[in-house]
Design a protein around this ligand. Structure first.
Ligand SMILES: [Zn+2]
Length: 132
């Protein structure tokens, strides 16, 4: 019923998660193969400061904090320097970061093979403005 009236992705799962203390947080390593598509020269750059990230400082971050949305989705995942994500804590991102995330998602979609589930999910997320 919730999902009929609220188009926020997977709303029922989020509501359920709030009522459960043991929300599972999966590994974010599975996003590397998609996020790497943004860096053709193999040099991964930080979403926030733009500098190249050495492997030992690499971290995958939720631009919109996980505590707001309770899911790991490519549309919200970026590379950043370790520590930079704990600094920004659970605050909602600035408008500028939201805009950059939306642009990143469009570029990422162009670079993905268009025959995968992740591609379809990202395309729907862009069409339906899930980041907003
Ligand atoms: Zn950085």
């Amino acid at each position: 019923m919730l999902e009929e009236f609220n188009y926020s992705p997977r709303i029922s799962r989020k509501v359920r998660a709030i009522n459960e203390d043991n929300v599972e947080r999966g590994s974010l390593g599975k996003f590397h193969k998609y996020l790497d598509l943004m860096f053709e020269d193999g040099k991964r750059k930080c979403f926030y400061c733009g500098d190249v990230i050495q492997d030992t400082h690499l971290s995958v971050d939720h631009v919109i904090p996980w505590s707001y949305i309770f899911f790991d989705d490519l549309l919200n995942m970026v590379y950043c320097h370790k520590g930079e994500n704990s600094k920004k804590s659970n605050r909602l991102p600035a408008e500028e970061d939201i805009l950059r995330l939306e642009n990143r998602n469009m570029k990422l979609l162009e670079r993905m093979e268009n025959k995968s589930r992740k591609y379809d999910q990202l395309q729907i997320a862009i069409e339906k403005d899930y980041v907003r």
